[in-house]
Design a protein around this ligand. Structure first.
Ligand code: BES
Ligand code: ZN
Ligand code: ZN
Length: 499
């Protein structure tokens, strides 16, 4: 589906009115000068219990002198509290209504609202990007096309006085959405299609946007001593890969690039510490961290961001076979530290150990953020509403939380500390990959990662296990892959590397 800006109304046209909780600010006065008609509108809103509460939507047909006007009323609650992402949500919430109307083409005419902190222009842009984000669905493997039975909405046109200006301004929103869609595509791919090799070729396709992509095969990884990552992939017929992506949007800068590191486990059976079969199918999304990195890299390349960013993805398939890693195996990581693998299902940290180390060695980064569907424990702590944030830097944490507030991709910081770290000490190797006791599973996992972060590197880890794949529709996504974090990190890069 495409979003476009035009200065002629395509029929059918829908007026969009925003109403606050006191039903004031009712710009729908402009709809008709006829008092009777205004009364009818109020009646029909009241009949459907529409009271302007945040996110309420009501469709009204207005007949005025035999002329029919279609309108949607959207509740905005308390307009002094409203932020830009709310207007994105309104677009996302409205989209299913529009999709159901059985038109191929429609136009929207958006009324301005008083007392919101956003310009009318920005309001429309956010609304449009919300509609666009929500329009995503993954239908690649459905042979029967929806268009066989239904009219499919192909374009939504925003009625604006100066379309060219809007088209230009929308490019940045579109770039971020394309990054989100790329990440969602990868999340939805089944694991018999998406494995480390095909993930690497999907990454390689980004080189046409000016990104430099490099792929390390198992032989090259072995030469770097990446025994922790390679150990996880050993049981799979699909060989492991390390993928690097470089965006050099600020060539004159002398500072090291920002490092983004992603967990790319294309399927996590748990290995010999086998997961129960119920729910195992969800583990195709265990490459969510890598999807996030790829989505952000695509977004910053599309919008030609003036930043220098590198992405490093460790990709493996965690399987069971006669070659697979055994519980109690000892592996040696690229950093030189040895690890006793007591649980083969705690594999994400093993993959990240080498990916993090490679990122620091190869690119000399001083700031590094990693993303991983790392622990079930983070879902126990935060449910599906927040991602967990772990960091050795207050500044980096605050900046990420700020971007999370701006995009409404919420993150919550957890503590780190010596007492948690010590739980990983091991009698016969430098560390073990699970503590076995002591609770705090998400913190000790982060503590494990921190053992692979150099002292002078500002680092943050986002545990996105609870927010990457949802069984329920969200304001900006249908059920399934959300691509949580792409918008947050894009905003973080914009704020910290481009201003
Ligand atoms: N990929 C899982 C974590 C996960 C769980 C992601 C649920 C998404 C939804 C990870 O590799 C894992 O299995 N972690 C174990 C760690 C444990 C063995 C210490 C877990 O959380 O149970
Ligand atoms: Zn696992
Ligand atoms: Zn995993």
């Amino acid at each position: 589906m495409i979003v476009n800006f035009i200065n002629k109304k395509v029929l059918p046209n829908f007026k969009i009115f925003f109403i606050n909780k006191d039903k004031k600010n009712l710009k729908y006065h402009s709809i008709s000068s006829n008092l009777e008609i205004k009364k009818n509108i109020l009646n029909s809103l009241a009949k459907r219990n529409f009271n302007g509460k945040l996110g309420q939507i009501c469709h009204v047909e207005i007949i005025d002198n035999k002329d029919t006007q279609n309108a949607f009323f959207i509740g905005i609650g308390d307009e002094s509290k409203i932020q830009s992402f709310n207007f994105q949500y309104f677009g996302g919430l409205l989209f299913p209504y529009l999709e159901n109307l059985q038109f191929e083409k429609i136009s929207l005419d958006i009324e301005s609202v008083k007392k919101v902190k956003l310009s009318h222009e920005n309001l429309i842009l956010h609304f449009a990007s919300g509609i666009y984000l929500k329009s995503y669905s993954f239908k690649k493997y459905k042979k029967k096309k929806e268009s066989d039975d239904n009219k499919v909405l192909k374009s939504i046109n925003f009625f604006v006085p100066n379309p060219n200006k809007f088209k230009k301004l929308f490019l940045n929103h579109e770039a971020v959405s394309e990054g989100v869609f790329f990440a969602r595509d990868l999340l939805h791919e089944p694991p018999n299609v998406l494995n480390p090799i095909t993930l690497a070729s999907r990454a390689k396709e980004l080189s046409k946007l000016g990104l430099k992509i490099n792929i390390l095969d198992e032989k090259r990884m072995k030469s770097h001593g990446m025994g922790a990552l390679l150990g996880v992939g050993m049981g799979s017929a699909n060989p492991s890969r390390l993928i690097t992506l470089e965006w050099n949007g600020n060539p004159s800068s002398k500072s090291p690039p920002l490092g983004l590191v992603g967990k790319g486990v294309t399927f996590d059976t748990g290995g010999y510490s086998l997961k129960p079969s119920q729910g195992m199918e969800e583990m195709k999304m265990d490459m969510g961290g890598s999807a996030l990195v790829l989505g952000v890299m695509k977004s910053i390349a599309l919008r030609k961001s003036k930043s220098n960013v590198v992405g490093v993805i460790g990709s493996v398939e965690n399987m069971v076979s006669s070659n697979a890693q055994r519980p109690s195996d000892i592996v040696k990581s690229m950093s030189g530290q040895t690890i006793e693998v007591l649980n083969t299902d705690a594999e994400g940290r093993l993959v990240l150990a080498d990916a993090l180390w490679y990122c620091q060695e190869k690119y000399n980064v001083k700031k590094m953020i990693n993303f991983a569907t790392l622990t079930g424990a983070i879902i126990v702590a935060l449910g599906n509403f927040y991602a967990g944030l772990f960091s050795n830097s207050d500044k980096l944490s605050d900046d990420l939380i700020k971007s999370g507030r701006k995009t409404d991709e919420k993150i919550w910081r957890f503590p780190l500390g010596k007492e948690y770290d010590e739980l990983l000490n091991c009698d016969i190797a430098d560390m073990k990959n699970i503590t076995g006791t002591g609770g705090a599973g998400s913190i000790t996992a982060a503590q494990f990662l921190q053992r692979f972060v150099k002292k002078d590197v500002e680092w943050a880890h986002l545990d996105i296990a609870g927010v990457t794949w949802l069984d329920k529709e969200q304001p900006l996504s249908k059920k399934g892959g959300t691509a949580f974090g792409v918008r947050l990190i894009d905003n973080y890069i914009y704020n910290n590397y481009e201003k």
